[in-house]
Design a protein around this ligand. Structure first.
Ligand code: MSP
Length: 690
């Protein structure tokens, strides 16, 4: 695969997108995979001098979401907000550097979708008709199979629908699309997918239904509001509406002009047809530029099947983050999976790679070298006096390999062969390890003079430290947290600054200066204990919110009970003691700002049994609150729940995290078990209690 962006000299902008995620199910590792790949690419592009825009978001309309919400007993809007908040919260926790997060329920998106629809209609590419045939709700796709037959793509049951629809003249684009693929060989990657798409189009294209009338959870067709826009037309348009398509504001128009068309739409292989056939056809019809490339990733498999909520074989990213950390997950996914192909996820392989490549490999190398610079040179990188100790062949070999690594890594990474790119860097890790072992700068031989030994130590440590600087500069898009730590240990400051200033773009052997003061060594990848696999497996088992495959075959979210529901209810039955608190006047009461807030994110605070970290929406702002309710409420049960908070409580810090407010709860029973305050009627977020 080749890099699709132009060189920064010709075109300094780069626009990359993840697919927008359906909000019918909580995020899992499969979703995290696409997002991590895009994040790594965006980080590297920024460091290479491209003005980069990285978009992600959630796909919130359609029948599948409407039904999932109904099943969970919520309105689609509430339901979508809660799950969208989970995706966003997880990306934030993982340090994903997205520039924008679009929700298809936002007004800016609705405006753009209606504009595109109206334009296609005005140009004569959309006409009214009726559709009778099969529909797969899970894929949100019209499928050509006889009634009662399963979906040819996902195997789930299809439904017969018969409704008045608007149609897009897809059939008119058969030739133009084939010509377009021919003229733009880099448009679909990898090659196998390209062949698949070309064969599909050659097989003949029928007009595509682009509206629905049998449900209402969608964007109304302009001028004919009993129709909602077909969810795939709605969803695909996000790539433009997020930039500003359909907006009147000059700064948004400028952003659209700067970044459209996208350089890379990264998508899963099962949605290539929507992106490579329907999407370019809509754009060609509207007279808009077509994206430069659609790159398909393979699937992450668990127990040999695509990881998915409906199969029930998902692993949550949070589990890996908690036990091994975010960089371990990023490294594993990019190193283990050959990009474009399916790849297996197992806890055993993850721990093996973590211990082998990160803890014992790169992490151990950094720690040895930084420790020795402290031990032998007081933490200051020594001078290599050229007249006293000529740099020998071993150093020249390391320098040569490092220089080659810079070139090879760049070509492999930009060609999206992340696994080989990492392999290339780890070959350098191995070489430097071997070099250290054979030079043994910690062991003075009796026949070597003191000053010769000191000179050898200086030469070897300076060479090894420089090699570490090079590898760290390269892997920073993949291991951002660890690279930042190593950069600081080498006394180089913030690696993000080096990325911004263009220093990483110029990465070349010989940049580490003698006299640089190293910082204290800090652990990078503590060895995973024997029970790491078991701990992760248990965390997944404990996850009370395993997928529930609904009878229809669509995915649903189970709403679990609070972990300690029964004791709490018992406790409520007990007599409540009045604590004899002094009376206050209304003036005192109004000083307390009580408001309705909705919980968007809820997660345990590592090493704090009682605390949950919450992100709540107040309508006018979102904020973080820490609540001591972890022993009574499973975090997943709180997502989407409306609660009452004390909004004007002065911020305070707990476990290094700032809490901005307090949740109101009844305190019941001897233990003072919390029971969260709530409402029977629906209340808007932000409403004040008085
Ligand atoms: N909403 C559509 C995309 C619209 S884009 C205009 C959708 N959503 S999805 O939530 O079902 O999937 C989003 C992405 O996650 C897809 O690219 C899909 O391939 C990816 N993955 C979901 N499970 C996955 C794996 N097990 N492995 C790898 N990627 C997977 O489709």
């Amino acid at each position: 695969m080749s890099s699709s962006a132009n060189s920064p000299e010709k075109d300094p902008s780069f626009y990359i997108t993840t697919p927008i995620y359906y909000v019918n199910a909580r995020p899992h590792l499969g979703h995290a995979y696409s997002t991590i790949v895009c994040d790594a690419i965006a980080r590297r592009k920024r460091s290479q001098g491209y003005a980069t825009w990285f978009l992600t978001g959630t796909d919130e309309h359609g029948q599948k979401i409407e039904r999932s919400a109904a099943k969970a007993g919520r309105t689609p809007g509430e339901f979508a907000a809660a799950i969208s908040g989970e995706f966003r919260g997880l990306w934030d926790r993982m340090g994903i550097t997205y520039d924008d997060f679009i929700r298809t329920t936002e007004p800016r998106h609705k405006r753009g979708v209606q504009k595109l629809f109206a334009e296609l209609k005005a140009k004569g590419f959309i006409y009214k008709g009726s559709y009778t045939g099969q529909y797969c709700v899970s894929d949100e796709a019209f499928v050509e199979v006889p009634p009662g037959a399963p979906c040819p793509d996902c195997g789930r049951t299809t439904e017969t629908i018969s409704e008045e629809n608007y149609f897009f003249k897809l059939s008119a684009f058969e030739r133009r699309l084939l010509e377009f693929y021919e003229a733009n060989p880099g448009f679909i990657e990898p090659e196998a997918r390209r062949n698949e798409v070309i064969a599909f189009v050659r097989g003949g294209l029928k007009d595509l239904s682009v509206s629905r009338t049998s449900f209402s959870w969608g964007i109304p067709v302009p001028g004919d509001e009993k129709h909602v826009v077909y969810v795939w037309m709605d969803a695909l348009t996000n790539y433009m509406t997020a930039l500003g398509y359909g907006a009147d504001e000059p700064e948004l128009k400028a952003r659209f002009a700067k970044f459209w068309p996208a350089d890379v739409h990264l998508v899963g292989k099962e949605i290539i047809r929507f992106h490579c056939v329907y999407w370019p056809a809509f754009l060609l019809a509207a007279g808009l530029p077509v994206p430069r490339s659609v790159v398909a990733n393979g699937w992450l498999l668990f127990d040999k099947a695509k990881m998915s909520k409906s199969v029930g074989n998902i692993v949550r990213a949070e589990t890996v983050l908690e036990v091994l950390g975010g960089d371990a997950l990023r490294y594993f996914l990019l190193r283990e999976v050959s990009f474009g192909h399916d790849g297996n996820f197992t806890f055993e392989a993850l721990v093996q790679r973590y211990n082998g490549d990160l803890a014992n490999g790169y992490g151990n190398l950094v720690s040895r070298v930084v420790n020795m610079v402290h031990k032998y040179f007081g933490g200051v990188l020594p001078e290599i006096a050229p007249e006293a100790v000529a740099t020998g062949p071993a150093e020249a070999a390391i320098a040569g390999q490092a220089t080659e690594t810079i070139l090879e890594f760049g070509a492999q990474f930009d060609g999206m062969d992340f696994s080989r790119a990492l392999e290339t860097v780890w070959a350098l890790v191995g070489a430097v390890d071997g070099y250290l072992t054979s030079a043994a700068p910690w062991k003075k031989k009796p026949d070597v003079a003191d000053e010769d030994f000191a000179a050898m130590q200086a030469r070897v440590l300076a060479t090894a430290a420089e090699a570490i600087r090079v590898m760290t500069g390269l892997v920073h898009p993949i291991l951002p947290e660890s690279a930042a730590k190593v950069w600081r240990q080498l006394g180089l400051g913030e690696i993000e600054d080096a990325a911004k200033s263009g220093e990483l773009k110029q990465l070349a052997w010989g940049g580490l200066r003698a006299g640089t003061r190293f910082n204290e060594p800090a652990p990078l990848f503590p060895r995973a204990e024997k029970d790491a696999v078991e701990r992760m497996e248990n965390l997944e088992k404990d996850n009370t919110l395993t997928a529930v495959a609904a009878a229809s075959g669509t995915e649903a979210v189970a709403v679990a009970e609070p972990v300690a529901a029964a004791p709490v209810v018992d406790a409520v039955k007990e007599a409540v003691k009045h604590e004899g608190i002094a009376q206050i006047g209304i003036d005192d009461f109004v000083k307390v700002e009580l408001r309705v807030a909705q919980i968007l994110v809820a997660e345990r605070v590592p090493k704090a049994d009682k605390l949950l970290r919450l992100e709540v929406d107040l309508g006018y702002e979102q904020r973080q609150i820490l609540a001591g309710i972890a022993q009574y409420y499973a975090p997943e049960t709180l997502i989407g729940r409306k609660v009452v908070i004390v909004a004007n409580l002065a911020p305070r810090k707990m476990r290094g995290l700032e809490s901005n407010g307090m949740l109101l709860a009844a305190s019941v029973g001897d233990e003072g078990a919390p029971v969260l305050a709530g409402f029977l009627e629906d209340v808007p977020v932000g409403a004040r209690l008085r």
